[in-house]
Design a binder for this molecule. Structure first.
Ligand code: FES
Length: 151
C-alpha cells in the first residue's frame, strides 16, 4: 500500500463521532448527487470506528445532498447510528443504511478503506487522499439539492 494512501492512525478514529478527511476523485467516480467532487474537485469523507474496523462515507446527507452530516467537528452518533441533524435522519454506522428519517432506506455513499499496520488507508482506487480535515471549499457538501427521491 502506498504511503500516500495512509490517512491517519486507526486509533484516532472515534466510535462516538466522526472525523473528516479530504479526498479527490481520480477515477470514474459517479458524483451524481450535488456537485461534490465534480470535475476532480476535492470532497469530504467521514470516518467512524466500527466494532471490527473503520467505515468511510462521503460527507453529505441522502435527503438533501448539499447538507454536510459532519459539519467539521464530528457528526452526532447515537446507538451506533450517524445522525444528520438537519432533519434527524439516522444512518447505520456499519452499512450506511438510513433506518429512520425522511430518506429512510437510502444508503450513504461508501468509500473503501482498510486498516494496515495500525493506520487507516484509502483502499478505493477511485479516490486520492489529500489531507486530514475538511475541504477548503465553502460548499463542501455539494452545490445542488437533489433529494433521496431524485427530485
Ligand atoms: S438533510 Fe439530512 S435529514 Fe434532511
Amino acid at each position: 500500500m502506498d504511503e500516500d494512501r495512509r490517512m491517519l492512525p486507526a486509533a484516532d478514529v472515534p466510535r462516538d463521532g466522526t472525523v473528516l478527511v479530504t479526498l479527490r476523485p481520480v477515477g470514474d467516480v459517479e458524483t451524481g448527487t450535488g456537485d461534490q467532487g465534480g470535475d476532480g474537485e476535492e470532497l469530504e469523507a467521514m470516518l467512524i470506528e466500527l466494532a471490527d474496523g473503520i467505515a468511510c462515507y462521503r460527507n453529505y446527507c441522502q435527503h438533501w445532498t448539499d447538507v454536510r452530516i459532519d459539519r467539521g467537528n464530528g457528526a452526532t452518533v447515537r446507538n451506533g447510528e450517524i445522525v444528520c441533524e438537519k432533519h434527524g435522519a439516522y444512518f447505520a454506522s456499519d452499512t450506511g443504511v438510513c433506518s429512520f428519517g425522511p430518506c429512510e432506506g437510502s444508503v450513504l455513499d461508501a468509500i473503501d478503506v482498510a486498516v494496515r499496520d495500525g493506520h487507516v488507508v484509502l483502499a478505493d482506487p477511485d479516490y486520492a487522499f489529500e489531507r486530514l480535515g475538511p475541504t477548503e471549499r465553502p460548499d463542501a457538501a455539494g452545490g445542488s439539492r437533489i433529494d433521496f427521491t431524485g427530485s
